[in-house]
Design a protein around this ligand. Structure first.
Ligand SMILES: Cc1ncc(COP(=O)(O)O)c(C=O)c1O
Length: 422
């Protein structure tokens, strides 16, 4: 890692700003705000902003996307004896949300676009199939026309997993508005963030009222957890610019080890178990920060699209495969959360880039990420060869608001100078 060059991050809270940090600090330091940490008017405001953004009648927030997904599944009746179809090349918390309802996850293989392969979907449907989760990986909308036609034929209910695709459009309409329910995530690495948060949206009156009823039964978030989430802001804000000097790295490692800041995925979740503090409602203080970010969705995505175009035009290393160039995509309709590239030896490129101060992303390097989970508990039957192949070759590049044109060019230069024999 070079100490002379600013580190480029892919993860590490890419949406974090000074404005959000100041707001988080105000909740931590100003006594008259303490009473408003857990509950207050911002949850209602965030939900209103989401309803307006999506032009839907219902939007309800939760402590996370995974909790939102769990309640979305419950709303659509998932339970013991049901099969829920979901793509391999996803995150373990998605699989946990299914399992916690009592239903069984059935993994569908993916296509070159990292989204559900319609042909494989047909093969995986049985009489027990009840709900289909459609993920729009990296922000690229799935083949909705084909997939929705299959779902209709088999009477499947749909949840769109828009954790990566907030603001993406398919045939002019926002992803999240095609299924019975759209699920959003505001986790620290997503399109917009409040460290941890999520939502469900729907325009269906009956479904909306059911979600509302379940959401109203949620406990308030634990104060300790919310304080951890608020502390995430100053700690990352201070550490990232000095990460290359090692001090930043040490602060982050210590903050994690000492439990001063949250973990994105807890140990229990990696083992397929529930975490004690969740599910819960979204904390008012986090909803306050979310409100600013909701107003920025389209602007942030437009930046992501511009950065993605640079990668598409300028990466010219023969060892690297660019799926978004080979099957050209319309960047204007894609949230471009991360820019996927494929190569034979992703770990070599990760460490080569790291040495030059660029920490590239490894979503998803296994079909159900992260790699250190208890795979047996997921119920995955090693029956999605394409997902396994793509996972074994995946790297993703950052596109977030902090990636300047010069950073994108630095990444291009690193990638173009890489050789598997380096
Ligand atoms: C595809 C996908 N769906 C859902 C989630 C869950 O979102 P959250 O982290 O807000 O619980 C994730 C989490 O990383 C994800 O990658």
């Amino acid at each position: 890692m070079s100490i002379f060059k600013k580190t480029i991050f892919t993860g590490f809270s890419p949406n974090l700003t000074g404005r959000d940090t100041a707001r988080a600090l105000s909740y931590l330091l100003l006594p008259w705000r303490w009473a408003r940490i857990s509950s207050g008017r911002y949850v209602v405001l965030a939900e209103k902003k989401l309803r307006e953004y999506f032009s839907v009648r219902h939007a309800y927030t939760f402590d996370s996307g995974r909790s939102a997904l769990y309640y979305g599944l419950k709303t659509l009746g998932a339970g013991e004896g049901d099969e829920i179809l979901v793509e391999a090349y996803t995150c373990v918390v998605v699989v946990n949300a299914i399992k916690f309802t009592g239903a069984k996850p059935i993994f569908v293989d993916i296509g070159d676009n990292f989204n559900i392969d319609p042909a494989n979907l047909e093969n995986k449907i049985t009489a027990k199939s009840k709900i289909l989760i459609i993920q729009h990986t990296f922000g690229l909308p799935a083949k909705l026309q084909e997939i929705l036609a299959i779902a209709k034929r088999h009477n499947l209910k749909i949840i769109e997993d828009c954790a990566h695709s907030l603001g993406s459009r398919y045939q002019g309409e926002l992803t999240g508005t095609f299924g019975h329910i759209g699920m959003l995530s505001f986790g620290s690495d997503k399109i917009i963030s409040c460290v941890r948060g999520g939502a469900l949206i729907t325009d269906n009156q009956e479904i909306g009222l059911k979600i509302k009823e379940l959401k109203n039964q949620l406990p308030e978030p634990s104060l300790i957890k919310t304080i951890q989430h608020l502390l995430h802001y100053p700690i990352f804000y201070i550490s990232k610019p000095i990460y290359n000097l090692f001090i930043g790295k040490i602060i982050l490692i210590l903050a994690k080890k000492l439990n001063i800041i949250n973990k994105i995925i807890y140990k229990q979740e990696k083992a397929g178990e529930l975490v004690k503090f969740y599910p819960a409602s979204l904390a008012n203080a986090l909803a306050n920060i979310l409100c600013y970010q909701i107003d920025e969705i389209d602007r942030l995505n437009s930046h992501r699209q511009n950065i993605s175009e640079i990668y598409t035009k300028e990466i010219n290393n023969q060892e690297i495969n660019l799926p978004w160039r080979n099957n050209p995509i319309d960047f204007k309709n894609c949230a471009c959360l991360r820019y996927p590239i494929l190569l034979k030896n992703p770990n070599q490129l990760l460490s080569y880039a790291k040495k030059q101060g660029a920490m590239l992303g490894d979503w998803y390097n296994v079909p159900i990420a992260p790699a250190d989970i208890n795979f047996k508990k997921t119920g995955y039957l090693n029956d999605c060869p394409k997902a396994e192949f793509l996972a074994s070759r995946s790297i993703n590049l950052p596109t977030d608001r902090h990636i300047k044109l010069s950073d994108a060019k630095r990444i291009v230069k690193i990638i173009n100078s890489f050789s598997g024999s380096n």
